[in-house]
Design a protein around this ligand. Structure first.
Ligand SMILES: Cc1cc2nc3c(=O)[nH]c(=O)nc-3n(C[C@H](O)[C@H](O)[C@H](O)COP(=O)(O)OP(=O)(O)OC[C@H]3O[C@@H](n4cnc5c(N)ncnc54)[C@H](O)[C@@H]3O)c2cc1C
Length: 493
């Protein structure tokens, strides 16, 4: 059989593209190498508990807000999303002082102006700017002259320079940047659009998902199948075979050939190009350009199962810093931890105590590169002891701020950038894909199109990472197949 659309990868991007194409009557086949759906959204189960990998919270999910509109379209709003504490959805501990982040622009300003009274006007300017970026999110599909300023052009501006121009207090710059382990803070490269769009979405509203992010993938896959599509696990694509300048079929690791009219890859762009082993369309210069792009840092996660009734559940995230400059936390120095996110999973039993927490800290590829090529669970003693040491450092670091944690730990499961590389094939275990660089927008911001007409890209490396960013990109990618007008009609834009 020849499918209308063959999709590589059943992470968020691949499944959303499959959903849109299936909804528009295309025959769809989604091929996932893993045994579990979801890519970075997948969960794992241990001792009856579910642990998240790359889902912790989402923003802009109140009714009518951008992600809610998108998830409504993707039939995901039936999932048990749980609103975080509107008056305190994030806590940033910086220079041993705790700062409260509240939802809603006025609340957000009031909460931080309590600590920085002289900066109230600047805080207003800050949220005013962010809100315009958020308001214009869907204008990316039909940029008007004026509005497009708040979208594409902001990729060419520096996030850090914007903060320096907006605030006159260095500590406040660090505090407003302090919930940003969900992106890679890098003064020299981070585009203003990435910073503003992501932070704006969480100021609007913040939600966890009881039971874990894997449900998003399961729901999308079930709907694709209901609409006549197919989602195949354990189906690693080894090669995309080009015939007469078009991809004719995907060859799976088991030798099976899956033919298609159009192919969408949600795998990392350079991993995708490696699948096209011979091509009359892809020039060496394009391959080199893509393979030389830098990737965002990886992350180390300690997924911690807690002893029963030891640590009260907090309906907020906690970000802890032991540095004066939070913009240095992702600088690749693995010798010590100076910034961490602690995220509480919604208790399955509905009780007042947390059952699991995740501690997430940046970890560079260099820290694990020596074990590249080893097999999961067979990487050897040295790797295991490195992970154990890092997990202990995580617990010790956070225990400085949450002393009850130390005695609350029951079991710790860990993942490193190597885990991500081996499970979801992200290059160098990068957490958020290709690093966008405001100095070099043309090179680092990729479009869905490739030199092969019927091979499209999607996923976090293209535009913005994260649940909201990847969902937007899925629409850009599928617009190449079903048409931009159809996408806009679907979203009632
Ligand atoms: C530690 C961490 C925490 C995060 N926390 C949040 C958060 O709280 N909120 C938020 O919004 N975002 C968060 N993110 C980011 C978010 O999870 C990702 O941006 C998003 O899930 C990426 O989706 P994707 O489809 O682009 O890529 P992926 O999820 O990587 O999906 C790609 C899929 O392609 C498959 N694949 C690759 N190669 C092949 C092949 N050859 N054959 C078949 N299949 C293949 C992979 O197995 C994978 O399933 C987090 C990420 C990390 C790493």
């Amino acid at each position: 059989m020849k499918y209308d659309v063959v999709i590589i990868g059943a992470g968020l991007g691949g499944l959303e593209c499959g959903y849109i194409c299936a909804k528009h009557g295309k025959s769809v086949c989604v091929l996932e190498q893993g045994l579990t759906l979801g890519g970075s959204l997948q969960v794992f189960k241990r001792k009856g508990h579910t642990f998240d990998t790359g889902y912790h919270y989402i923003g802009a999910y109140d009714k009518g807000q951008s992600l809610h509109r998108l998830f409504d379209y993707f039939n995901l709003t039936h999932l048990p999303f749980q609103k975080m504490d509107s008056n305190y959805f994030d806590e940033v501990v910086y220079k041993d002082k705790s700062y409260r982040f509240a939802n809603g622009y006025d609340n957000f300003v009031d909460a931080l102006a309590e600590e920085f009274p002289s900066q109230r006007q600047n805080l207003k300017k800050y949220v005013d700017f962010l809100s315009k970026v958020g308001d214009n999110i869907f204008n990316q599909f039909s940029p008007k002259d004026l509005d497009s300023f708040y979208t594409a052009s902001l990729f060419g501006q520096s996030a850090y320079d914007f903060l320096k121009e907006t605030f006159t207090n260095e500590d406040l710059i660090n505090v407003v940047s302090g919930t940003s382990l969900k992106l890679e803070l890098k003064k020299e490269t981070l585009p203003l659009y990435t910073f503003a769009q992501i932070n704006d979405s969480f100021i609007r509203s913040a939600y966890r998902l009881k039971g874990g992010g894997g449900q998003i993938a399961e729901s999308l896959a079930a709907d694709i199948e209901k609409m006549g599509g197919i989602v195949k696990k354990n189906s690693k694509v080894d090669e995309l075979v080009e015939v007469d300048g078009r991809i004719a079929y995907a060859r799976l690791a088991n030798g099976e050939k899956i033919q298609g009219e159009t192919f969408i890859s949600s795998a990392h762009p350079s991993a995708t190009l490696e699948l096209v082993k011979e091509s009359s369309k892809i020039r060496k210069i394009y391959r080199n350009r893509i393979s030389r792009l830098q990737n965002t840092t990886g992350m180390f996660t300690a997924n911690i199962k807690l002893k029963k009734d030891t640590l009260p559940y907090l309906n907020r995230n906690q970000y802890f810093y032991d540095t004066d400059d939070v913009w240095n936390v992702c600088d690749g120095d693995d010798s010590h931890i100076n910034g961490a996110l602690m995220s509480y999973q919604v208790p399955e039993d509905g009780g007042d105590y947390a059952e699991n927490v995740d501690i997430i800290v940046p970890m560079s590829w260099a820290a694990v590169e020596q074990w590249d090529g080893t097999k999961v669970m067979q990487r050897g003693e040295e790797y295991e002891s490195m992970k154990q040491k890092k997990a202990e450092e995580c617990v010790n670091f956070v225990s400085k701020y949450v002393p009850q944690l130390k005695n609350a730990v029951d079991t710790i499961y860990t993942s490193t950038p190597l885990t991500y590389k081996d499970y979801v094939s992200t290059v160098e275990g990068s957490a958020y894909g290709i690093r966008k660089d405001y100095n070099n927008v043309m090179q680092t911001l990729l479009t869905p199109r490739t030199p092969i007409e019927n091979l499209l890209l999607t996923g976090q490396s293209l535009n913005l990472h994260g649940i909201l960013g990847v969902s937007m990109t899925s629409l850009f990618t599928t617009a190449e197949i079903v048409g931009m007008d159809t996408v806009k009609e679907d979203l009632k834009l």
